[in-house]
Design a binder for this molecule. Structure first.
Ligand code: ADP
Ligand code: MG
Ligand code: ZN
Length: 462
């Protein structure tokens, strides 16, 4: 079973200059630290038993598109529905899925639960490979999570070739590699976690997975700029990229698809980090609004849409007179630049003098809100705090704010309103070209086309 030793070379990521050895400075383009170790294309070993995948495929011929079968891909359903949703409805055989996130956010917990759930569902043996923890540590975690199944296999190994040999013996229905930054290929001189290793390991996993039709979940730590390569260098190689987000000390975790060759990328899954692991939150609006004071200043409820789901979240803002120097603008869960823009619009278009105010804004629960439709809630929360007037209870708001203080219409307004109604809200303030108030099915809908009119509706004439 001897495999010809692989040769590697160093390739500049800027100009493709190639060298047999590492060079700190590229002779081609004179950039520093751009040389990355790369495995040389191997010739398939002819006649050997290790008939490799690479180059071994028969010649493909072009086909007429209308003669290509469009039968749906046979996906492997994942019994954790919040994950299944983000995957686009199950795992695609032979696909590589990267699950990224900050250290300690819950990646290992989530994939171990997934492994157990798939074994339980009869997806065949599931092989969970940890290059970070021993088999005993994984067992302790499994005990803590209360998961166990005879078809759940664990392997503590860092040498990727050994991992794949074991996987070939086990023929799993799913392979999990935790993490891509701690496995390595022995053939390469670069250290585990380097751009070179991370990329070549991923390429090796892909060559392994595709012809066997076995899905592979790869865990990747998001790293601060540094010596360890982050998941970003892999995004273009894998089939799907999911990021687990959240504030470490808050209970909610959001699983967001940022790339998916087999589904949409704007779905999110919502989880709650509990003692027994990641618990699915199938009713995120209720969860995010839990514990909210009905009559608090500096608070507004936004009706956002994540993927196909409307989610209501509370925006909080706090304004205080700046003690010295430049006023602070700090945002948690939303873009600081967006907050600054909204503050500028409030100052210039509505005449609220926020120039001498420190402003803090926060999305409660740890969700990151990127949708501009949440603008109105942010602006109203800031204005509410500044004027020290609470928004009437039972009010939810939605609208994108333009630079001249106009409210721009948002997509899927009816679905947003329905979610607000379901949660017992009685008033929705929404952007709309035609202003007016109507009441349908017990909910009052106030449409306005300007921020100042929305402020009047929410906080009264100020
Ligand atoms: N033995 C344990 N007991 C209690 N909580 C734990 C234990 N191990 C991990 N956790 C909690 O689970 C969180 C997620 O851990 P983990 O899934 O290992 O994260 P990741 O794999 O993303 O680094 C940790 O931040 C910690 O709060
Ligand atoms: Mg981990
Ligand atoms: Zn170069």
């Amino acid at each position: 079973m001897a495999r010809a030793k692989t040769t590697t070379r160093w390739v500049c990521q800027q100009c493709s200059y190639t060298s047999p050895a590492y060079l700190g400075r590229c002779p081609g383009c004179e950039s520093w630290h751009t040389m990355v170790e790369t495995v040389e294309e191997r010739r398939p070993a002819t006649g050997s038993s290790s008939a490799t995948v690479r180059g071994g495929r028969p010649q493909q011929h072009a086909q007429r598109l209308d003669s290509v079968g469009s039968a749906a891909i046979d996906r492997i359903p994942v019994p954790i529905s919040e994950l299944d949703r983000v995957l686009g409805g199950g795992l695609v055989p032979g696909s590589l899925v990267l699950v990224g996130g900050d250290p300690g956010i819950g990646k290992s917990t989530l994939v171990l639960q997934t492994a157990a759930a798939l074994a339980e569902a009869g997806a065949g043996p599931v092989l969970y490979v940890s290059a970070e923890e021993s088999a005993q540590q994984i067992r302790l975690r499994a005990d803590r999570l209360g998961v166990s199944h005879p078809d759940l296999w664990v392997l503590s190994e860092t040498d990727l070739d050994r991992v794949l040999r074991e996987a070939d013996e086990r023929q799993p229905g799913l392979l999990i590699v935790d993490s891509i930054q701690t496995v390595y290929l022995e053939d390469m001189s670069s250290a585990a976690g380097s751009v070179s290793q991370v990329r070549e390991c991923t390429a090796r996993l892909m060559q392994w997975a595709k012809p066997r039709g076995i899905p592979v979940l790869i865990i990747g730590h998001v790293t601060k700029e540094g010596t360890i390569a982050g998941p970003r260098v892999l995004e273009h190689m894998v089939d799907a990229v999911l990021y687990l987000e959240g504030e470490r000390h808050q209970q909610y975790r959001i699983l967001r698809g940022v790339k998916n060759r087999f589904g949409s990328t704007d779905e999110v899954g919502v989880f709650e980090m509990a003692d027994v692991g990641m618990r699915e939150v199938t009713n995120p609006s209720e969860a995010f609004l839990e514990g909210r004071a009905a009559q608090a200043t500096g608070s507004a409820v936004a009706i956002t849409i994540e993927g196909t789901r409307p989610i209501l979240v509370e925006m909080q803002a706090l304004t205080t007179a700046t003690a010295f120097g430049l006023p602070r603008r700090s945002a948690n869960g939303l873009d600081t630049n967006r907050l600054q823009l909204l503050v500028a619009v409030l100052q210039k278009r509505v005449g609220i003098s926020l120039g001498g105010q420190d402003i803090y804004a926060n999305v409660v629960g740890g969700l990151r809100v990127v949708e501009p439709a949440a603008d109105l809630a942010v602006a109203l929360a800031v204005a509410s705090s500044y004027r020290d007037v609470a928004i009437a209870p039972g009010t939810a708001v939605v609208g994108e704010i333009g630079l001249s203080g106009e409210l721009r219409s948002v997509s899927q307004l009816d679905r947003r309103i329905n979610e607000a109604r379901r949660l017992g809200f009685t008033t929705v303030i929404a952007s709309g070209a035609e202003s007016g108030t109507r009441t349908t099915d017990g909910i009052r809908i106030i449409r306005t086309s300007t921020l100042s009119a929305a402020l009047d509706a929410a906080l009264g004439e100020g």
